[in-house]
Design a protein around this ligand. Structure first.
Ligand code: ADP
Length: 397
């Protein structure tokens, strides 16, 4: 970032390009700046070619341009500066300028204008123009830095995901051997060694099986979005049906009612959307309370998106945990209370975010949970409703 001196000039010297056909006027302008404390170095240009040549050869802090020159209009310099990709402020210094014209000139890119019989204003205008330019450049630098950081983060995230994928994929094979052989050991030598040996083998089998499940979950997490399927018009009700089909075993075991209101067409990856419903309803089944489980799936339109709700009447979640549970490997219960590795909701979050949406939960212990997520809507002209019925009982046992 550039450092600036007292007058907002980087090296203490103000470099000025004066576009003026009358050298006496140019002297008056520069004199005014010097009187205000600027140390000025300047060049004089009178034609388009001279302006262009000076801008190519030298660096300037500010351009002072007469509005009307015999062979050139000062405002044309704005375009020349732009065409060269420069950001030097241009101040019109002119004998007379109608206020309408002055406004037009500022609209077209002049930074300010000063009348020749009010030259005392010039130093103030120059200081202001330098300040604005510096601010603009600093904000541009900050934006570029931010964009760099974001790109770096995206790169390191994708490296990490790649690593997680490869590591967990490659770990599967040796782990399969450990699991298989410890299980064989357990079967073949149970009761033939001492009681401690049986216990230790049991622990080893349990550890290997748990690690297999963990690795499968990490793989599932890092697989989300790897196939890069396009988001297309998707019937969210069809995705829900598919999720319920996948859950049929778990659903079959529980007294469960799933009610779905009219669900919309959305831009989505059908498989990911089904997975999202499956994880949320799977959790509703797993974390059900004492009363018969009821799950309600609904969607309401808000602006350019749909807010989906998967609500259950299960054990609920304390509000202080409502963000934490979406992090990978975070869970609120021991494995003996409820099975799981804390990956399901992290997958849900990844799916929703890859669709440009948000996911959150509204809940309280004992009062059930409403998991909510947003998906982009299809614009009204292209939209058709996916279901004739207002509400339907999908599964009721
Ligand atoms: P897992 O279920 O494998 O532990 P998840 O990431 O799916 O992992 O869920 C994280 C935690 O959030 C769960 O351990 C549970 O404590 C809580 N949770 C998720 N869904 C519900 C729900 N429907 N009702 C109550 N608690 C839930």
């Amino acid at each position: 970032m550039s450092t600036s001196g007292q007058n907002g000039v980087s090296n203490g010297k103000l470099r000025v390009l004066v576009i003026e056909d009358n050298p006496a006027d140019a002297d008056l302008e520069l004199g005014e700046l010097r009187r205000a404390g600027f140390v000025v170095s300047s060049d004089l240009a009178q034609s388009r070619a001279e302006v262009s040549a000076h801008l190519d050869k030298n660096t300037y802090d500010v351009v002072l341009a007469d509005y009307n020159l015999p062979q050139f209009r000062g405002m044309e310099a704005v375009q020349i500066i732009r065409d060269k990709g420069l950001t030097i402020p241009l101040i019109l210094v002119t004998g007379a300028l109608k206020s309408v014209t002055a406004v037009e000139c500022v609209k077209q890119g002049a930074t300010d204008y000063v009348l020749k019989d009010h030259l005392a204003r010039l130093p103030l205008c120059v200081r202001r123009a330098l300040g604005e330019t510096r601010l603009r450049e600093e904000s541009k630098e900050a934006q570029a830095e931010l964009a760099n950081k974001a790109a770096e983060l995206a790169r390191s995230n994708s490296d990490l995901e790649q690593f997680a994928y490869v590591a967990s994929h490659d770990l599967q094979e040796p782990l399969r051997m450990i699991a298989t052989y410890t299980q064989l050991l357990a079967e073949k030598y149970r009761g033939r060694l001492d009681a401690d040996a049986d216990k230790y083998i049991g622990y080893a089998v349990e550890g290997a099986v748990r690690m297999q499940a963990l690795i499968e979950d990490v793989l599932a997490f890092s697989r989300v979005g790897r196939n890069g399927r396009e988001h297309v018009r998707t019937e969210s009700s069809a995705a829900l049906d598919q999720a319920l089909q996948m859950l049929s075993v778990a659903v079959g075991e529980s007294a469960l009612t799933v009610k779905a209101e009219t669900l919309p067409l959305v831009w989505a990856d059908h498989i990911q959307l089904a997975q999202l419903f499956q994880n949320l309803i799977g959790n509703a089944i797993k974390f059900r309370g004492a009363s018969p489980l009821q799950v309600k799936v609904s969607a309401t339109r808000q602006g350019t998106e749909w807010i989906f709700t998967v609500a259950d009447n299960g054990i609920g979640i304390a509000p202080e945990h409502s963000e934490f549970i979406f992090n990978i490997f975070q869970r609120l219960h021991t494995r003996t209370e409820y099975s799981g590795n804390g990956v399901g909701l992290a997958i849900c979050k990844k799916i929703v975010e890859q669709h440009g949406g948000r996911i959150w939960v509204e809940s309280a212990p004992g009062l059930g949970s409403s998991f909510k997520f947003t998906l982009p809507a299809i614009s009204a002209d292209k939209e058709t409703t996916s279901h004739e019925a207002d509400s339907r009982d999908l599964v009721s046992r």
